[in-house]
Design a protein around this ligand. Structure first.
Ligand code: FES
Length: 188
């Protein structure tokens, strides 16, 4: 009896293993809308008066309050809205004043930073227009838009990730994957 039970369990385990191996590649494939922004994606406004429109350089003024945007695959039309980690905040800076090591990430003066605070993950939607800093409403972390999202106040442990941009076909597009880690680490 015991031996028969063991045999059944073993066969079941084996079947489970085979099944896991068979479905593993599908589990690993991420739906396109959850994938991080990809090189060549166009950016689309995710709030503000131009909601849903493709981001064009002339729609963002110098030192404008950062506006949210999402990436969209121009071929399939898939909007990458399946993860809040995909959201970025856009503004325009003076390219001459941007720290040199981040200049390759800007396009026509436009920069994109992750919208997710590196402290505990709130949306970084506040804006200090005098000091030109993005700010988090939860615990008042502040980030320098001229220095790669460097933390200049509050408890955030690291800079905001920066999304490299390019301008192609008159639109602002993604030039490559995020520089820096997106998201946050919870201590609880
Ligand atoms: S979540 Fe942004 S400062 Fe705490």
């Amino acid at each position: 009896m015991t031996g028969a039970s063991s045999g059944k369990l073993s066969r079941r385990s084996l079947l489970g293993l085979v099944s896991a191996i068979t479905v593993a590649p599908q589990l690993r494939a991420q739906p396109p809308n959850r994938m991080r922004p990809q090189a060549g994606d166009e950016l689309v406004f995710d709030d503000g008066p131009s909601l849903g429109e493709v981001v064009r350089p002339n729609l963002i003024e110098l030192h404008a309050r950062p506006v949210a945007a999402l990436a969209r695959d121009p071929a399939s039309g898939v909007l990458r809205d399946g993860s809040r980690l995909n959201r970025v905040m856009l503004t325009r800076i003076d390219p001459e004043e941007l720290a040199p090591r981040f200049q390759a990430n800007a396009a026509g003066g436009i920069v994109a930073y992750s919208a997710v605070c590196t402290h505990t993950g709130c949306d970084v939607f506040n804006w200090d227009e005098e000091q030109l800093r993005m700010a988090c409403p939860c615990h008042e972390s502040q980030f320098d838009i001229y220095d790669g999202g460097r933390v200049v106040g509050g408890p955030a442990p690291r800079p905001l990730a920066m999304l490299p941009l390019e301008i192609a076909g008159g639109a602002v597009r993604v030039a490559g994957p995020f520089r820096g880690r997106v998201g946050f680490q919870q201590a609880f």
